[in-house]
Design a protein around this ligand. Structure first.
Ligand code: MSP
Length: 636
């Protein structure tokens, strides 16, 4: 029976568009999935989106839309990005799907039956950005010391999970399975964290509505991390009628994620699984963090690397290669345009692209585009065997960056061999040089065929292109027999030769990027992006006076307003401003309202317009006229 390999990425929050960090996790998971498929394993690869919780509810409210609308929008973006990046997932799970909710309900049923849940009252500092309560010691002046973000004091009835009871079982699991958490440094961190003691965990919330209803008590929704973690089994059919894939693929071979969320996966998740009587994942891998030019990437600094530009300019494969090659898997790395371009030129355009195009074009020129007789003289066959061995060893050992190094050693050996043998000189010697010429080109072509197999998990499109140019589209592609020397048959007609990667002029490119950045920074928009005055006046802006204001029940953020717009009836608005404004202070205040918006429902309450506020990192600052004017006065 072939090996079964179930690999997962974290499910991504839908409050933000994907950036290079999210892409990294998914690309690396895809590389492992593709690699395993090429070794003959039966692979299941899961990714998806984490759609519930306060963070998403807040982001949606600040945009004046329902959480599910926000989720749909971001999910569409993920789908198209994964397609562009050639991500070969077998399933995409959304936590808003019913199949997922059934999985969550079932895991809670099991944990409850095991006697691990009790009711209590939770009070603590809640960091909405992480969807987690954080310890008092981590809070100063209402802010999380580490991230500088504001925290809220929350107190609410809650169901608790007896996490404390799992301290010993968890420690036993870590100790008996030293590879269950990787890399080693992270294993040690988790171990000492758990040795320090575990407190029971609040697993439900009453303060928000956007989540999976808590089974049997609909006043509560399930804590977002319990909800989210369960995706790994709900997507396999756990809690649903069809338990086929679950039986087949659980436990996961590898949960891959960034180091920031390792603890949730190495402490909470295995504890939930133990309580529910389910097998534990074989490995949780926490990779490093991408920095931008050595600094932390952050939306507020504006230094987040967005992938579209790089993909458009250099191809998805080049980006995949860079991500996999530049970062020592498990450690942090810094993204810079210079590093990207240098690798692009040196590793891709030169080492791979040039070696391939030289070999192929000489085969065209000197051998009438036909593969010569199989041969194995010189150092290339041994270099190929060593490269494959090193590649396989490092892939199995989760060191993809080193596996690539192995493959590039082979390219180097081919290049050196061509340099030494000078096939162009042999060609001039006629019959006397024929044998040497044919041997050099055969070993180079065969070396390239083996290279194409090794790079396929990293650069599927380029590997395909290279195979096509070598004339071996239909040859078996596996990382077993197919990597043995001599697979390329005599007489094979090579395809049309074309460059794999055009070299980039680094200086010119950096200048281009700088000009683009400056263009973006100047307010002068392209002609097409400008509105005509008529278009602008389609938006009806008027001044309104707030007559009534009340907090929307169960919402921290939303207030319900009755606003006088000079019309016979007061307008009802729902606005996400409760965190900066007390409802009673709003009465009598004048605001600016978009009066001709389609009504929308926010947490079940209809909003018949939208008020305007300056938005500073999510905090609203209301706009008002600087002296009182009659309600209904037009703003223009
Ligand atoms: N929704 C949770 C995961 C729940 S899994 C049951 C979450 N989502 S996330 O969208 O914030 O992040 C997902 C992944 O992106 C994580 O693996 C995280 O480490 C990764 N990255 C986000 N920014 C990153 C970098 N700058 N560098 C590398 N990876 C980072 O957390």
């Amino acid at each position: 029976m072939s090996e079964r390999f179930y690999i997962t990425t974290p499910i991504y929050y839908v409050n933000d568009m994907p950036h290079i960090g999210h892409i990294y996790t998914t690309v690396m998971a895809d590389i492992f999935a593709r690699y395993k498929r090429l070794t003959g394993a039966e692979v299941r690869f899961l990714t998806g989106t984490d759609e519930h919780g306060q963070k998403i509810e807040k982001a949606a409210a600040s945009q004046g839309i329902e959480p599910i609308q926000l989720a749909d929008r971001v999910v569409a973006r993920y789908h198209s990005l994964w397609k562009t990046l050639e991500i070969s997932h077998d399933d995409f799970i959304r936590t808003s799907e019913d199949r997922h909710k059934r999985g969550v309900t079932e895991i809670i049923r099991r944990i409850t039956a095991a006697g691990d849940i009790y009711e209590g009252e939770y009070e603590g500092w809640y960091l909405a950005a992480d969807e987690a309560f954080i310890p008092d010691s981590q809070v100063k002046d209402g802010h999380d010391i580490e991230s500088g973000r504001a925290v809220e004091r929350l107190s609410e009835p809650s169901y608790f999970f007896r996490l404390s009871a799992y301290q010993e079982p968890l420690l036993r699991w870590y100790r008996e399975n030293p590879d269950c958490i990787r890399p080693r440094t992270r294993y040690n961190e988790v171990l000492s964290f758990v040795e320090g003691g575990l407190r029971d965990l609040s697993i439900s919330r009453t303060s928000l509505k956007w989540g999976v209803p808590y089974p049997g008590d609909e006043e509560h929704v399930v804590y977002v991390w319990l909800d989210a973690l369960t995706n790994y089994i709900s997507a396999l059919g756990f809690g649903n009628d069809n338990e086929g894939p679950f039986e087949k693929f659980w436990p996961a071979s590898m949960h891959l994620m960034g180091k920031d969320i390792l603890r949730f996966h190495c402490v909470y998740w295995p504890a939930f699984l133990m309580s529910a009587g389910l097998p534990l994942p074989k490995q949780v891998f926490g990779h490093g963090w991408w920095l931008r030019d050595e600094a932390k990437m952050s939306k507020s600094i504006g230094n987040v690397v967005r992938p579209d530009y790089l993909i458009e300019r250099f191809s998805a494969d080049a980006l995949r290669y860079f991500l996999a090659r530049e970062m020592t898997f498990g450690q942090d790395a810094s993204f810079s345009d210079e590093a990207f371009l240098e690798r692009f030129n040196a590793d891709l355009a030169n080492a791979l692209g040039n070696t391939a195009s030289r070999t192929l074009s000489m085969t065209g020129r000197y051998l009438d585009s036909k593969v010569p007789a199989v041969s194995g003289n010189g150092p290339v066959p041994a270099a190929a065997a060593a490269a494959v061995a090193s590649y396989l060893e490092h892939m199995e050992d989760c060191e993809p960056h080193r596996a690539l190094e192995g493959a590039w050693q082979l390219l180097k050996a081919i290049d050196v061999h061509i340099q030494e043998q000078q096939p162009w000189a042999r060609a001039k010697e006629g019959d006397a040089g024929r044998a040497a010429l044919e041997n050099t080109l055969y070993v180079s072509l065969e070396g390239l065929r083996i290279t194409a197999l090794m790079i396929e998990p990293f650069m599927p499109a380029i590997a395909k292109n290279l195979r096509h140019q070598l004339g071996v589209d239909d040859m078996p592609r596996n990382l077993g027999d197919a990597t043995s020397w001599g697979g390329l048959a005599e007489g094979t007609a090579i395809g049309k030769t074309e460059p794999l990667f055009p070299r980039v002029d680094i200086k010119a490119y950096l200048k281009e990027v700088q000009m683009d950045t400056e263009k973006e920074a100047t307010p002068k928009a392209a002609e097409d992006d400008l509105l005509s005055i008529d278009e602008f006046f389609k938006t009806k802006l008027v001044v309104g006076t707030i007559r009534e204001a009340a907090q929307v029940p169960k919402s921290k953020k939303l207030v319900q307003l009755k606003v006088d717009l000079g019309e016979p009836k007061l307008r009802q608005l729902v606005a996400g401003i409760a965190e900066r404004y007390e409802a009673e202070d709003l009465v009598g205040r004048q605001i600016v309202v978009v009066a001709n918006l389609k009504p929308a429902k926010l947490m079940g309450v209809e909003s018949q317009g939208m008020l305007l506020a300056a938005n500073l990192e999510g905090a609203p600052f209301l706009l008002s006229p600087d002296a009182e004017v009659p309600p209904g006065t037009v703003v223009s």
